[in-house]
Design a protein around this ligand. Structure first.
Ligand code: FMN
Length: 171
């Protein structure tokens, strides 16, 4: 698959089979995350790989949508921003940790798609509860939860995207 084919293939998956993920595939995906670029190469992130039943039960408490609570994904990744390491732009102090984590998470989602695995970005969870349940250190902010596994039912349609004309202008 070339890059555009992977981008076309990746879509949010919310129903997973409980089939285990091969170690080589998981390692491949994690390596793609490790290689992600970040502002000033500060790499202001930390990722929890949730595999135990106990940790899965905790992560499900953080986001109470049915599909998530009932999901059988074998792995969940909790992507955290390390605000103590993220680059802040001198002009306006804008913290770039959110941008950095988004790049790393999308590396995860794209490499997973290439490997035939499904993912879904989840940001609409309770970050305070998550921090408490996982006893995250003070400097880490829970930013994204990503269930990872083989799709059970591929969702039918990619949601519609804006047209090229709507989003690009040559100047
Ligand atoms: C930053 C971000 C946050 C998201 N948060 C959630 C979420 O909390 N729950 C959910 O079901 N989907 C979430 N999504 C998935 C989007 O709804 C989905 O990517 C979008 O509808 C486009 O669909 P597609 O991923 O299938 O192309 C999120 C996506 C992004 C990029």
């Amino acid at each position: 698959m070339n890059f555009l084919e992977i981008a076309q293939k990746r879509k949010s998956i919310r129903q997973f089979s409980d089939k285990e993920i091969e170690t080589e595939k998981l390692d491949y995906i994690l390596e793609s995350v490790r290689l992600a670029p970040s502002a000033v190469n500060f790499q202001p992130w930390f990722f929890y790989i949730i595999k135990s039943d106990e940790s899965k039960a905790l992560i499900k408490k953080c986001y109470d949508r049915n599909w998530f609570v009932e999901a059988k994904a074998p792995v969940y990744i909790l992507a955290c921003i390390d605000r103590s390491q993220s680059w802040k732009r001198g002009y306006d102090h804008k913290d770039h940790g959110d941008i950095d984590i988004a790049i790393a998470v999308e590396h995860l989602c794209m490499s997973a798609a290439e490997q035939g695995l499904g993912t879904c970005w989840v940001c609409h969870f309770d970050p305070t509860l998550c921090k408490e349940l996982f006893q995250l250190p003070e400097h880490l902010e829970a930013a994204v939860i990503i269930p990872l596994g083989y799709p059970e039912n591929e969702e039918e349609n990619n949601p519609k995207r804006k047209s090229l004309e709507e989003i690009f202008k040559t100047i």
